[in-house]
Design a protein around this ligand. Sequence first.
Ligand SMILES: Nc1ncnc2c1ncn2[C@@H]1O[C@H](COP(=O)(O)OP(=O)(O)OP(=O)(O)O)[C@@H](O)[C@H]1O
Ligand SMILES: [Mg+2]
Length: 273
Amino acid sequence: MGKKMDHASATGNTVGTVGSVSAGWDHLGKRGDGPGRNLLEVRGLKVSYGGIEAVRDISFDVPEHEIVTLIGANGAGKSSTLRSIVALEKPAAGSIRFDSNELIGMGTEQIVKNGITLVPEGRRVFVNLSVYENLRMGAYLRNDDLESDLNWVYSLFPRLKERSWQAAGTLSGGEQQMLAIARALMSRPKMIMMDEPSLGLAPIIVQEVFDIIREINKMGMTILLVEQNANMALKAADMGYVMETGQITLSGAGKDLAENPVVKEAYLGKARK
Ligand SMILES: Nc1ncnc2c1ncn2[C@@H]1O[C@H](COP(=O)(O)OP(=O)(O)OP(=O)(O)O)[C@@H](O)[C@H]1O
Ligand SMILES: [Mg+2]
């Protein structure tokens, strides 16, 4: 388990730069030198919709403080996997252990309280609420003082601070994605899951989203990232899993998978350059 080498910081002014934030969240701890424990352990997970088996007996780990990516084509079962982790889908079988607790049987709110948030596919922000109100909604399960976290999130996303009173629906696509991530941070998770955060964004904004992902990870956040942009995801990830029709067909270090001929052929081909 190597240390992060890439200390990329965001550039460009379309979404906003990453503020120079030294104070992160103490509750997370930091990426260490030694191997971390598994924060999430998924074993034998199955998700079915009627007769359709969307996820067929998959197992994977997410070590604490690392970025793990699940890549795969449309319909592979990536979203179903993330949604079942936060009980938005009911698994047909399997075990999901997070921070030593079994999540199967818990409701979504309880799982969020345990420290997982999902940034859903299609960045569903509350379009009629302001940026500020969206951020408050992200913290609705907490009753402690939000002020310092708001300031922290605003320092990570200065562009959102400027737009604090703007209706979220009037933000650009990239800004809405940043808001969706910022809102997820407001629940003070130990692990964030992101479902295709780069979808539909221009390349420069995709770069900024990945810079933010790296930045948050550097602060200690564990990240489970689902992406169709396999190239970017594998570059950012410590560990990757390839999903095909509900199964994990390949796994390995992100950098190794990016060099794997099968992965190159299927996911890093001409269409994805
Ligand atoms: N609510 C649902 N009802 C019925 N079938 C569903 C439902 N949600 C997903 N599926 C099916 O389950 C399979 C896996 O879907 P899922 O959304 O998990 O894939 P995905 O890997 O996230 O795909 P994409 O990259 O297109 O987002 C697909 O065949 C899909 O049609
Ligand atoms: Mg999906």
